[in-house]
Design a protein around this ligand. Structure first.
Ligand SMILES: [Zn+2]
Length: 211
């Protein structure tokens, strides 16, 4: 784990500071919504700008919906209460606002990571990507969007922010290594997938490192 984290650390060459709010335990709803807004501008912006590197198909931004604690959204006629997800049937991203807000209070970059990961699933669907481990590929695609946006000068983040994103990957990892298409992979696998995307961008390969 420590070696993977240090690999992640080495990838940050553009680091200055995140344009988003600093880490604080007392983040207000406006801070959370501000970071959600920035993430949902920067990530789609990256994919739109770089889509031709990935696919000749059309890029169509997914809608983004949220629900509050105790609520749910409907995807393919089923009620969904997962903290954050991509609904392929209706091509939308859904998230539990309260879960994102709690994550934001601990680490504002978590909002960027989670939404970029779900956008990664939308990218998989739109480009028709086939992966044996789609959750790990979504982590890779998330890194490509965030590091790619940084490379394009549209987002700035520092080493502390990267460390926080690694912690979020660890927090949401499975306890066992990746086994099926639905599993997210172990913390080491998730960080490795994210690092692969970051390195791919910084070597000038863009999304190719995730394919
Ligand atoms: Zn996922």
């Amino acid at each position: 784990m420590r070696s993977l984290l240090s690999i992640l650390a080495m990838t940050v060459v553009l680091a200055t500071s995140l344009t988003a709010a600093p880490a604080t335990a007392s983040a207000t709803a406006a801070d959370v919504n501000g970071d959600i807004r920035v993430a949902m501008s920067v990530v789609p912006g990256y994919w739109t700008q770089h889509w031709r590197e990935l696919s000749t198909r059309a890029v169509r931004h997914p809608q983004v919906y949220y629900f509050r604690q105790g609520g749910s959204l409907v995807c393919d006629r089923q009620r969904v209460t997962i903290s954050a997800f991509y609904c392929p049937g209706q091509h939308y991203i859904g998230y539990n606002w309260d879960v994102l807000a709690r994550g934001h209070a601990q680490a504002p970059p978590s909002v960027y990571l989670i939404l970029a990961h779900e956008w990664g699933h939308a990218v998989q669907a739109m480009a028709g990507l086939r992966s044996g481990a789609p959750e790990l590929q979504a982590d890779c695609l998330a890194a490509v969007a965030l590091y790619g946006a940084a490379r394009d000068g549209r987002l700035r983040f520092n080493q502390a922010n990267v460390n926080q994103m690694a912690q979020v990957l660890t927090q949401y990892a499975d306890r066992t290594p990746w086994t099926s298409a639905r599993s997210h992979g172990s913390a080491a696998q998730r960080i490795s997938a994210f690092t692969r995307g970051a390195n791919s961008v910084q070597r000038g390969y863009g999304v190719r490192g995730c394919l």
